[in-house]
Design a protein around this ligand. Structure first.
Ligand code: CA
Ligand code: CA
Ligand code: CA
Ligand code: CA
Length: 175
C-alpha cells in the first residue's frame, strides 16, 4: 500500500511537471484556508462548493442520475469514441469508485463485443444502484455537498482525512 502510494506520487509529479504549463491549476493555498499545509475535510467541502463545479457542468445546482451517468461515461471513455474498452475501465477505476475487475467488465458488456456502450454502462449502473453511493440523501439528485464528499474521498489517497499538496495536485491534474 505504502509502496503503491509512493509510485502514484512519483508518476503524479511527472504528470504535474509535463502539464503544468498547459493547464491552469487551482492553487492549493486558496483551498488551505488556515495555511497549515493541508486541506482538511471542512476546508475541502467549502472550497469545492464555492467553486461551483455542478453549475459549470449542468447549469444547475444539482445533477440528476442521468447526468451523473453521462459524466462518468465521458470521464472513463478517454479516447471519446463512445465506447469503453477494458483498458479505459481499468485506468479510471479510482477516479470513479467503480469496480473494474475483468469479471465486472463481462457484466457490463452484455453483447460481448469487448466494448461497453453507453446503454450497457447505464443499465449496469442502474442495476447496481451506483448513484446511491453519491446521492446519500436519496432525493434522486446529487448536490454540490454530496459531490464534494465524494471528491474528498478521491483526493485523499492515503485516507488520513487530510489532503496534502501532492494529493491535491494529483486530483487537480487528473480530473
Ligand atoms: Ca488547512
Ligand atoms: Ca473509448
Ligand atoms: Ca458491449
Ligand atoms: Ca491524505
Amino acid at each position: 500500500m505504502r509502496y503503491n502510494y509512493s509510485i502514484m506520487l512519483f508518476s503524479a509529479s511527472l504528470i504535474i511537471f509535463s502539464c503544468a504549463t498547459q493547464k491552469a491549476i487551482t492553487s492549493f493555498d486558496q483551498w488551505d484556508n488556515d495555511l497549515n499545509g493541508s486541506i482538511n475535510h471542512h476546508e475541502f467541502i467549502s472550497s469545492y462548493a464555492a467553486s461551483g463545479f455542478i453549475r459549470k457542468w449542468t447549469g444547475n445546482d444539482a445533477m440528476n442520475y442521468q447526468e451523473l451517468y453521462d459524466k462518468l461515461f465521458q470521464g472513463i471513455d478517454s479516447n471519446h469514441n463512445y465506447f469503453i474498452n477494458k483498458n479505459e475501465l481499468h485506468a479510471r477505476s479510482r477516479r470513479t469508485y467503480l469496480d473494474t475487475t475483468d469479471t465486472v467488465f463481462i457484466d457490463y458488456d452484455k453483447n460481448s463485443d469487448q466494448n461497453i456502450n453507453h446503454e450497457e454502462f447505464v443499465n449496469h449502473l442502474i442495476s447496481n444502484q451506483t448513484a446511491l453511493m453519491w446521492d446519500t440523501s436519496t432525493d434522486d439528485r446529487i448536490d454540490e455537498q454530496e459531490l464534494a464528499e465524494r471528491m474528498f474521498g478521491f483526493c485523499d489517497l492515503n485516507s488520513n482525512k487530510q489532503v496534502e499538496e501532492l494529493e491535491f495536485y494529483i486530483w487537480e491534474v487528473n480530473r
